[in-house]
Design a binder for this molecule. Structure first.
Ligand code: GTB
Length: 211
């Protein structure tokens, strides 16, 4: 069954791989699945044809036969479940899913606050005052995450979809410099980026956005 995902016609990050299609591309590459990418303009995202796939007018989406999915976390979950990215052991699988939720529900939330404060609310009079508060909230989370990772290579044994999402989320912090304050997490992200599947995913989105 062929797979089609959607991505920005031109990502605002100019090819840094920070838009959420990259994590879906990465999961597909890890699973060794071929896929097509339909590029969508910002205007087309808000039109009925795209809203039928993604009710909030965003990318990415995922089509596989009759199945249409949105939400990058759910798409990665689907790929992991159907195409073998979860550990075979039931408890290890449950823990990998827990890390997926932790990535998008606990670690990504304060990171998104930073992105909003910088790029959407940057001109507001209170923005400069708020920024250090958000940065400290992120540091708190990263401190806890670094304690949990310790000297391990991945969060729970072998690389899993939990690591895929956690690395994807942490990558969004790189432009802020905060990630580099936590050398073990920076090294963890670098290990993710060094995976051949990530490299292929990154190169594919770059080919669209760097031109
Ligand atoms: N919860 C949804 C998911 O995980 O799939 C969120 C999807 C989402 O935020 N999509 C964004 C989008 O379509 C693109 S990824 N935005 C258009 C809109 O809402 O109108 C977010 C993103 C955008 C830009 C950068 N960047 O330039 O660095 C990084 C991430």
């Amino acid at each position: 069954m062929s797979i089609t995902i959607t991505a920005f016609e031109r990502s605002p990050d100019g090819g840094k791989g920070l838009a959420r299609d990259t994590r879906v591309r990465w999961a597909l590459e890890e699973a060794g699945l071929p896929y097509e990418v339909r590029l969508v303009s910002h205007r087309a995202m808000k039109e009925p044809a795209h809203l039928r796939l993604q009710p909030f007018g965003q990318i990415p989406t995922y089509e596989e036969g009759d199945l249409v999915l949105f939400e990058s976390g759910s798409i990665v979950f689907h790929i992991a479940e159907r195409h073998g990215l979860f550990p075979a052991d039931a408890n290890a699988r449950a823990r990998a899913i827990t890390w997926m939720f932790a990535a998008i529900n606990t670690v990504e939330l304060p990171i998104l606050e930073l992105v909003t404060a910088k790029f959407i609310e940057g001109d507001k009079p209170w923005s400069a005052e708020r920024m250090p508060l958000i940065a400290d909230r992120i540091r708190g989370r990263l401190r806890q995450l670094a304690a949990c990772l310790g000297d391990a290579e991945w969060l729970d044994g072998a690389f899993s979809a939990g690591d895929l999402l956690m690395v994807s989320v942490l990558l969004r912090l790189r432009p802020s410099g905060i990630l580099d304050e936590f050398p073990t997490l920076a090294a963890y992200v670098a290990r993710g980026e060094a995976r051949p599947a990530y490299k292929r995913a990154f190169a594919a989105q770059l080919a669209v956005n760097a031109a």
